[in-house]
Write a new protein. Structure first.
Length: 641
């Protein structure tokens, strides 16, 4: 936000926003001492398949920080204070510059604009140190982001930090004057800056006056345990770091810094076997590429910073989203509330998961359970509230590498309607003009009792001739309009002629294949009637194709049933595959129907009922009978819930 150059009391805001697929809403809330106000909403619609490629040159550049004084990374001082100066360039307005001393913020710095250099600023400050080893860095913030400067290290003479030092031993001619003609000494293994541009030039500290005259501060001593080397290459995006910290006066805090940013205090545990020694152990999630970490430990005597450790990680990979529920692109729901789930694989720490429903963000998660290994390390789920009709759903998952939008899921919500169930059952065993069958009547009775137990009104006919079968079908068709679930079950002889499937009445006289057109009942009569009610649940079960061809036919009939062609709203289930025959069964019931009724009574979807029946029949028949179904229902159905 910047003041308007032409209108007093007006401010200008500017911000780049990344929109999600679908409809996005945007408004602005402004607050002053008198209260707050909100703008009207504006809306942006982004196509689902829109892809935007952004190059690095399109991105706004954060501030650039250059040290003027000191120019070197390490400087030895003669006193406990020094003057620092830095230049900052940014194409955007500089909002603040914060100084950090030994990892602790010292507040915002005073910023001065350079009149002769547009978009350039300078900061200058005198710093007073309270310990021998010191570290400082700057954080500059603009509208384009923030930048952390290189750190600068300073070594102060221990004698300059003592309250009761002798003036004759420590007083310099000037605050940061070079002491000549004395052998240079490095303090605490820090290199001494030799830069002529630094105001705090190399100081040679006489051993008798600076080091041995007063005791050194007993700040904590930090020793890395793991990693043991300065540079480590990882094949994952996290790792465990360990360090030992020795302190004779207890530990006040241990701060962990990742890529120059404080991650807060780290937990430490005392080591009973080593008095005055503490152990730090922490698992860290790293960003792609190179990462640096260091520790700053503080006790009553002062603070100390560890040396830095560097970690190189694999290249950044965005999340991969795989739908779990719904697992098909289009689905039907009859309840307003639906639990959806997805498998998200993210090699780095997952930052957020957003759920978009009809273009609006319904939920956003930012906290996740610990990631597991494998291709699905985050199992995510959420509850979605559907509107009546069609709903479009997306999942957007983000990590440090970027964000990924899932493929679209479309869910049609139709409020549940009370089910009215009707079934027509026909079982033919006692054939007059061919061999009788043992089990169809038993199968029809078993199916009748099963369906009545789960709420079906049943029309049943046993050992029916052609006229009786046609009359039963007409009665069934006249009632279907008043029901939303309709089931037709047939057990008995059946065959195919010229690609058409026929059910054989017990009085059929079949001397040649063409007789089926006049003596048998075509299955298409049932299926075509069902197609008038495509929003209903229509079920056709054919336990026919019994192994008993009509021997009087000169060339015999084709084995089994032919696969049928129909549009939608119906499922047709065959006791065996196309062109094969089904066994009549060794017991009181046929193998197919006996297994089917078992699955009907288990609470599961209709597709699972027929799939599990197929698995059992195939197993029990030694792979000689494999049931088959063609499912073109427009929604899911449960015989029993």
């Amino acid at each position: 936000m910047e003041p308007s150059p032409t209108e007093l009391g007006c401010f200008i805001i500017s911000k780049t926003i990344n929109f999600e697929p679908g409809e996005n809403s945007l408004y602005i809330a402004a607050v002053n001492n008198a209260g707050s106000s909100k703008s009207e909403k504006i809306f942006f619609t982004v196509p689902d398949n829109l892809q935007i490629v952004t190059t690095k040159t399109d991105l706004p550049k954060p501030p650039a920080i250059a040290w003027d004084t000191p120019s070197g990374k390490n400087t030895a001082l003669k006193s406990s204070s020094t003057n620092i100066k830095a230049s900052i360039k940014t194409p955007f307005r500089l909002t603040s510059v914060v100084l950090y001393l030994n990892g602790v913020s010292q507040g915002e710095m005073e910023i001065k604009s350079l009149q002769n250099e547009p978009n350039s600023y300078t900061i200058e400050k005198t710093i007073n140190f309270k310990q021998v080893e010191n570290n400082i860095y700057l954080v500059a913030i603009s509208l384009a982001g923030n930048t952390t400067s290189e750190s600068r290290s300073f070594i102060c003479p221990p004698s300059s930090l003592q309250k009761d030092q002798l003036t004759s031993q420590t007083a310099p001619k000037t605050s940061n004057e070079v002491v000549n003609n004395q052998p240079a000494k490095q303090v605490a293994n820090q290199p001494i800056s030799a830069s002529p541009e630094t105001r705090n030039e190399v100081v040679a500290i006489p051993p008798a006056k600076s080091v041995t005259a007063q005791p050194l501060s007993a700040a904590p001593v930090i020793t890395w345990t793991s990693p043991s080397s300065p540079h480590t290459t990882l094949d994952t995006y996290n790792g465990t770091v360990k360090a030992k910290i020795k302190s004779n006066s207890g530990i006040k805090s241990v701060l962990l810094y990742l890529n120059g940013i404080s991650k807060g205090e780290a937990d430490i545990q005392p080591l009973p076997a080593e008095p005055g020694t503490y152990l730090l152990e922490k698992n860290i999630n790293f960003s792609p590429g190179e990462n640096s970490i260091y520790l700053v430990a503080t006790n009553n005597e002062g603070s100390n910073k560890s040396d830095e450790r560097y970690f190189s990680n694999p290249a950044a990979i965005p999340p991969v989203i795989t739908w779990s529920n719904p697992n098909t692109p289009n689905s039907l729901a009859n309840t307003e509330s639906l639990v959806i789930s997805a498998c998200i694989n993210s090699p780095t720490e997952l930052k957020s998961v957003k759920l978009l429903v009809n273009g609006n963000i319904l939920t956003e998660d930012n906290v996740f359970q610990a990631a597991a290994s494998g291709d699905c390390n985050i199992n995510w789920q959420s509850t979605v509230i559907l509107r009546e009709g069609d709903n479009s759903i997306f999942i957007i998952a983000a990590n440090v590498a970027g964000s990924t939008t899932s493929v679209k899921r479309s869910i049609k919500f139709q409020p549940a309607i009370a089910e009215k169930r009707l079934a027509l059952i026909i079982g033919n065993s006692d054939y007059k003009n061919s061999a009788t069958l043992k089990n169809p009547v038993n199968d029809a009775n078993l199916m009748e009792g099963t369906l009545k137990d789960i709420g079906f009104e049943v029309i049943k006919h046993l050992n029916a001739g052609k006229d009786e079968m046609m009359s039963a079908i007409r009665e069934f068709e006249n009632k279907i309009a008043n029901y939303n679930v309709a089931l037709f079950y047939y057990a008995g002889h059946g065959n195919q002629v010229d690609g058409k499937n026929y059910l054989i009445p017990i009085d059929a006289k079949l001397e040649k294949p063409t007789d089926c057109r006049f003596e048998a009942v075509e299955v298409d009569l049932i299926v075509e009637e069902f197609e008038r009610y495509q929003d209903n649940t229509n079920i056709v079960i054919l336990d026919a194709c019994r192994n008993n061809p009509f021997a009087s036919w000169a060339r015999g009939g084709e084995a089994g049933f032919k696969m049928m062609s129909f549009t939608s709203g119906t499922i047709v289930a065959f006791a065996t595959s196309e062109g094969t025959t089904a066994a009549d069964g060794k017991g009181a019931n046929g193998l197919y129907t006996e297994e089917l009724v078992k699955q009907i009574l288990i609470p599961q979807s209709i597709s699972s009922v027929f799939m599990n029946t197929r698995v059992q029949v195939r197993k029990l028949s030694g792979n000689t009978q494999v049931p088959l179904e063609v499912n073109k229902l427009n929604g899911d159905f449960f015989f029993r819930k």
